[in-house]
Design a protein around this ligand. Structure first.
Ligand SMILES: [Zn+2]
Length: 158
């Protein structure tokens, strides 16, 4: 019965073919799985690396911002200090000017007082002089109430 052998041969061939196919598919899917795993590992590694580099960048940026802020603050402090010093100098100059003006006023007051007293003296001298009586003999000035001239002894007019 050759057809039976043929049938058996076909069945055996089919079975072998099916098993071989299953094996091949298994191999292929294992390869696919391992390559997918490798891809996943690669992606994870890349994201870790990029996260680290982003962290580093953020740190550098933060440091730069801190430095910038500090520089600006120091600049502002310096400017304020120099403004204050300018104002102080201006105030000092004003004070000095005021001192000088006060000195001048005091000097003027002193001069004025001296002149006033000189004027008073002159006025007194004039009024005293006006009260004098002149001797007709020698021309000397005598006190208002004198009877005889103090220089020549002549009798003064009443
Ligand atoms: Zn006289």
């Amino acid at each position: 019965m050759p057809w039976l052998y043929a049938l058996i041969g076909i069945i055996v061939g089919l079975v072998i073919g099916i098993f071989a196919g299953i094996q091949i598919r298994k191999n292929i899917s294992e390869k696919e799985i391992s390559s997918a795993e490798e891809e996943a590992k690669r992606i994870i590694n890349e994201s870790i690396k990029s996260a680290e580099s982003k962290k580093r960048e953020a740190l550098v940026e933060a440091k730069e911002e801190i430095l910038k802020a500090r520089n600006e603050y120091e600049k502002e402090v310096k400017e304020r200090r120099s403004d204050l010093q300018k104002q102080e100098r201006r105030l000092q100059q004003k004070e000095e000017t005021l001192d000088r003006k006060t000195d001048n006023i005091e000097k003027k007051e002193e001069t004025l007082a001296r002149r006033l007293s000189e004027l008073e003296e002159a006025r007194e001298a004039i009024s005293a002089y006006k009260k004098m009586q002149r001797c007709k003999q020698c021309g000397a000035d005598n006190q208002d109430d004198a009877v005889y001239c103090k220089k020549c002894g002549a009798k003064l007019a009443e």
